[in-house]
Design a protein around this ligand. Structure first.
Ligand SMILES: NC(=O)c1ccc[n+]([C@@H]2O[C@H](COP(=O)([O-])OP(=O)(O)OC[C@H]3O[C@@H](n4cnc5c(N)ncnc54)[C@H](OP(=O)(O)O)[C@@H]3O)[C@@H](O)[C@H]2O)c1
Length: 254
């Protein structure tokens, strides 16, 4: 792929899908900005990226509850590299609640971290992406338009992300900027692990989830990063406004 010397921002790169994505871009010789809150993890990912071939890595410690932190991601990138070619909006959180138990504080939290922060970084990065004729890949979710029990708030935020993807794609197509998203179903990462108190609950959830997926297993972070790199590359130069579902066929049977 053609990412040599490109400037790529990956949010939420300290673990899971974002980590896999940063490592995959690094193999193609780009300059990276990676974000997260856990500095030990970010330093680890940065070293691995450099070993794999990243030309340089800027680490931005950013709490998405604070818009100033979000804004500092674009500022730090432009200060260092002067341009942006690819923005991967991946950072996100979940809470597991049904309607009855939904806390309004969690509504505010999820919309702040998952949606408002993504909107703001997109807004700030867009002039640079117009300049570079670059592109954006957002990390949405299967639950953006499918029912997953107790994922009410997450689904609402991911539906907003899918809409941000489509609207921005149309608004910026005339300026040569593509905007796409991936919509994964269950992938084994920190966000998924943190939901469970015990190993037994965790094992049962994944066994049941795998059994309900036509391909018979849950997804891997690298399968998400493969799709992100494809959407960010010229191999999908005629693709914009798409929300690519990665679900092992689950959506066909539910
Ligand atoms: N795993 C799945 O099954 C699945 C399915 C569909 C969609 N997704 C989406 O994939 C994306 C990545 O999640 P993941 O599965 O890779 O989970 P993960 O391993 O928990 O990674 C989440 C990333 O987001 C960062 N983050 C979390 N809260 C943040 C906050 N308040 N401010 C700034 N950064 C924050 C984390 O940083 P720190 O750890 O450094 O705090 C981490 O880098 C999310 O948008 C998620 O909704 C995941």
């Amino acid at each position: 792929m053609e990412f040599v010397d490109k400037i790529v921002i990956v949010t939420g790169a300290s673990s899971g899908i974002g980590r896999a994505t940063a490592l995959a871009f690094a193999e193609h010789g780009c300059f990276l900005t990676i974000t997260g809150r856990n500095m030990a993890n970010l330093n680890d990912v940065s070293s691995l990226c450099k070993n794999k071939g990243a030309k340089d890595v800027v680490i931005v410690k950013a709490e998405f509850k604070n818009l100033e932190d979000v804004e500092s991601i674009v500022h730090a990138t432009v200060e260092k590299y002067k341009k942006i070619d690819v923005l991967v909006n991946n950072a996100g959180i979940n809470v597991v609640e049904d309607l009855e138990n939904t806390k309004m504080t969690n509504f505010d939290l999820l919309f702040q971290v998952n949606v408002k922060s993504m909107l703001r970084i997109t807004q700030l990065a867009m002039p640079y992406l117009v300049e570079s004729k670059g592109n954006i890949v957002n990390v949405s979710s299967y639950c953006a338009d499918k029912h997953v029990p107790k994922f009410l708030l997450l689904g609402m935020t991911k539906a907003a992300i899918s809409q941000l993807t489509k609207t921005t794609a149309l608004d910026y197509a005339p300026k040569g900027v593509r905007v796409n998203a991936i919509c994964p179903y269950v992938v084994l990462t920190g966000i998924a692990r943190d939901r469970f108190d015990t190993r037994e609950e965790f094992d049962k959830y994944y066994k049941d989830a795998a059994a309900a997926i036509p391909l018979g297993r849950i997804g891997e972070a690298e399968e998400c990063s493969n799709a992100i790199l494809f959407l960010a590359s010229n191999k999908s130069a005629w693709t914009t406004g798409q929300c690519l579902v990665l679900d092992g066929g689950k959506g066909l049977v539910s």
